[in-house]
Each structure stands twice: as C-alpha cells, then as structure tokens.
Design a protein around this ligand. Sequence first.
Ligand SMILES: [Zn+2]
Ligand SMILES: [Zn+2]
Length: 136
Amino acid sequence: MRCDQCNRFVSYDLPPQAEILDHEIANLTAKAQVRIVLTCAECSTELKETEIEITAAIEHACGEGMSDDDFEMEEPDVEGTDRIESLSKKGRAIPARYRRTFYGAEVKFKYACQRCEEEIELSASGESPASEFDEL
Ligand SMILES: [Zn+2]
Ligand SMILES: [Zn+2]
C-alpha cells in the first residue's frame, strides 16, 4: 500500500486499530458496530477502513420471558486482530502467494442482568478479508 505522507510503499501497523461505533442489545443479542482501520506503520496515517458488525447471543435466562430491557450493556472493549489464512476449507495447506489476509476485531461485551444483577462478559470476534477494505 502506498502512503501519500511517506511518499512510498509502506506496510500496515498491526494489529489494526479497532473502534466501537455503536453498541446495543436487540433481540437478545449483543451487537457492536466496529470500524477497523489500517494505518501506515511509519507515520500512522489512516490508509484503509471497513466496518463490521460483531454479535453474540445472550444465553442468560434467570426467569420467564427475558427481554432486551432486562439487560444493560456498557461500552464494550475492543482489540484489532489480523490473520493470514494458511489452510483451505478442506484443511490443505495454501501456497504462500495465494493466502488471504483478514483483519478484524475481538469484542468483549459487558452487560448486567437487571433482574438478578449478575454481570456477564462475552467475547466475540469478526473479520473481513483485506480485499474488502476501502481506501481513504
Ligand atoms: Zn506513512
Ligand atoms: Zn438474571
């Protein structure tokens, strides 16, 4: 990737930056809208971005008819992730030049049940292939 600030080809600073844009509980699922940003390893200029939604089903049930209103969620923690695919879906090794790179995030949802006051943490992750990022 070419960086206009550095005026040459540069590599990305890894893992990528991840920021929570929005978070909510809907249909008993914790959801986070996450922006993933690839920055220049030399000068930190933002080069590419994408948005992914990361979700995790809420399995806590301490009574009848639990609804979204029974839970209160805090701003989740988020960390960027990067991964290079090394095995095909059939479990065979992929030659290096055909390996795809994925960037994403791991989100730690923290919410509390308003009925029994139990505090719950739930981790979930999501990723997007490098080819689907938009240039900035
Ligand atoms: Zn740069
Ligand atoms: Zn509860």
